[in-house]
Design a protein around this ligand. Structure first.
Ligand code: IMP
Length: 431
């Protein structure tokens, strides 16, 4: 058996949660391999809406085991609040959620370091979700990190205090007054107390040596789906650095984030929106600052599911999509939020960039909003509601043309078209 991978091809928020939820009945295990509570995976069904930050999106399928892999970083308090919300809706995760002992902990002081470092950057800030992601991955690489398994060892308190002190010194050296700073609505002392209480609860869940767990599942012939967070253009190596997250969001991250060999990777599902969005800072070549961008934001409800921030909106960027397809070895595409384009008379897609007097179709090393200008191709909009369409043969001709244009450019078939937030709003294509 192989591990299939599902990941975002843009700057995150492509709609991965919905598709993992839809695909999960085909899988025995869903595993998160990177990122942390900076993610917000939204799933809607039966008139209910759930937003998951750390828990894999297979949790709504009772037959599915869910693994938080070693590459993920965990804030126990955020994880506990997700678990409580699921419990309130009658979903008990105690039997089907597994957590890697090697997953690193986001400490309360990582949240302060994140806020202090972002504030110190001023206008150059990354636009982080301020969930402590950068500082936690930094400590992991610098070999200062504390893993969830470490919290069960005798020297945990000592190690915690050492890191706490180090972080507080760093925060004060940046001139950041944390006594004035609220972490998710609480002052630092209250957050820290609740964090420790939550950690005790998390330690009672099923902590596993996840690299053995996942490989045993593979050997037993179980079908596994690796669920990516954020998106390819936020990858720490290949994204628009430094305006990226701190993990490998690409398919390569599956191997290190779960402990599986490259040969174990099977299908790679690449998810993209029919247009582009981005939260936070960084280059966005096809960004719109006019009424069309406003319309996309409104129709697509483009506000961050983790931070509530309005998302930047723009046309689909095909050279960037082809780059993401190349990096991930995408075998099937899934196009999300096609319905958001329902009212557009014409739709533009970038097919190249103008860069230093030349027309190019690759992303240059120093890509920035100042030196890259999109070259657009214009297509006819379908200009009708597609929210109720479920069958391929009912798709309007202009939508088929739009999809064919994308397929010709990136040379990978679009298998699923999503036409609304509910799990049933999908068109499966036979291509
Ligand atoms: P961080 O990962 O919270 O440090 O944020 C780094 C950058 O990635 C910022 O621009 C964030 O807005 C962006 N980002 C992080 N996680 C997500 C996500 O799940 N969806 C979309 N953007 C994200």
């Amino acid at each position: 058996m192989k591990i299939d991978v599902l990941l975002g091809l843009q700057w995150g928020d492509e709609g991965k949660g919905k598709i993992v939820d839809v695909l999960s009945p085909k899988y025995d295990v869903v595993a998160r391999f990177q990122g942390g509570p900076n993610a917000g995976h939204t799933i809607e069904f039966d008139g209910k809406k759930f937003v998951l930050h750390t828990i894999p999106s297979g949790v709504f399928n009772p037959g599915c085991l869910n693994l938080i892999g070693n590459g993920v970083i965990i804030d126990p308090l955020i994880l506990q609040s997700e678990i409580k919300k699921l419990n309130h809706s009658g979903i008990d995760i105690t039997k089907n959620l597994f957590i890697s002992r090697k997953a690193h902990l986001i400490l309360p002081t990582h949240r302060l370091v994140d806020a202090a470092q972002e504030a110190a950057k001023g206008a150059e800030k990354i636009g982080s979700t301020l969930k402590g992601i950068g500082p936690t991955y930094t400590d992991k690489s610098a070999r200062n990190g504390i893993r969830i398994g470490d919290s069960c060892l005798d020297d945990f308190q000592k190690r915690y205090q050492t890191q706490r002190e180090r972080h507080l010194k760093l925060v004060s050296s940046l001139g950041f007054d944390y006594t004035d700073y609220a972490i998710d609505g609480r002052d630092f002392a209250a957050y820290e107390t609740e964090w420790f209480e939550a950690l005790e609860g998390i330690k009672k869940l099923q902590l596993v040596d996840s690299e053995y767990f996942i490989n045993e599942q593979l050997v037993a012939g179980k079908r596994i789906l690796a669920e990516g967070a954020q998106g390819t253009l936020l990858d720490v190596d290949f994204g628009s650095y430094p305006f990226v997250t701190s993990s490998n969001t690409t398919a390569a991250g599956v191997c290190s984030g779960l402990g599986v060999a490259p040969g174990a990777i099977g299908k790679v599902y690449g998810i993209f929106k029919a247009y582009c969005t981005r939260v936070g800072s960084g280059p966005f070549t096809t960004e719109l600052f006019d009424q069309e961008g406003e319309l996309m934001r409104k129709q697509g409800n483009e506000f961050g599911s983790t931070t509530g921030r309005p998302r930047r909106c723009g046309w689909l960027d095909l050279p960037a999509l082809r780059y993401a397809v190349m990096l991930n070895g995408v075998s099937e595409l899934i196009m999300m939020k096609a319905d958001v384009m329902d009212t557009f008379k014409t739709i533009k897609v970038a097919t190249a960039y103008r860069y230093k007097g030349e027309e190019i179709t690759h992303l240059p090393f120093d890509a920035s909003t100042q030196n890259l200008e999109p070259v657009f191709h214009e297509l006819k909009g379908w200009n009708t509601s597609i929210e109720q369409i479920r069958a391929e043969e009912d798709m309007p001709a202009a939508l088929i043309d739009y999809i064919s244009f994308i397929e010709d450019y990136v040379q990978v078939p679009v298998r699923i078209v999503s036409t609304g937030p509910d799990r049933i709003q999908l068109i499966n294509r036979s291509v």
